[in-house]
Design a protein around this ligand. Structure first.
Ligand code: THU
Length: 144
């Protein structure tokens, strides 16, 4: 584990939890919060943002990545915490959906990191590398 992750791990999980409270999920009722940790210690959060045209809904991880990119970040992603549940009650640990894995890979690949993904459940934290969740990923190196 990187020193920064060891130092910021609890803050990262707490930030994801706080972010979940800002979810806009009136259709699914499933609230999700995500928090991204960067090499400089910064934490960027997001929450799922649904839409009346259901398929346009955005996941928490995707929102967080867009905010980070908009803030000028291009890489440096070392960890991601995600949690959620029906009505905002955290139950089983969740992992980012397929689309979010790809979106996270873009940000990570720009800095050459393989972030640790923390799926935060009520009773456990499941840790997985992004490269395990999305092996042989297509990314920026395929185009540049
Ligand atoms: N959701 C996320 O925000 N992140 C995930 O990793 C899984 C699913 C959201 C999408 C939708 O708003 C709700 O959870 C139910 O699928």
């Amino acid at each position: 584990m990187s020193d920064m992750l060891a130092e910021r791990r609890e803050a990262l999980i707490a930030a994801a939890r706080t972010a979940m409270d800002t979810a806009y999920a009136p259709y699914s009722g499933f609230l999700v919060g995500a928090a991204l940790l960067f090499e400089d210690g910064a934490i960027v959060t997001g929450a799922n943002t649904e839409n009346a045209s259901y398929g346009l809904s955005l996941c928490a991880e995707t929102v967080a990545c867009a905010i980070a990119t908009h803030a000028g970040r291009r890489g440096g992603l070392i960890a991601v915490a995600v949690l959620g549940g029906a009505g905002g009650r955290t139950g089983a640990a969740i992992t980012p959906c397929g689309r979010c894995r790809q979106v996270l890979h873009e940000l990570a690949a720009l800095g050459g990191t393989d972030p640790l993904v923390l799926g935060v459940g009520e009773h456990e934290v499941v840790e997985t590398r992004l490269s395990v969740l999305l092996p042989n990923a297509f990314g920026p190196s395929n185009l540049f």
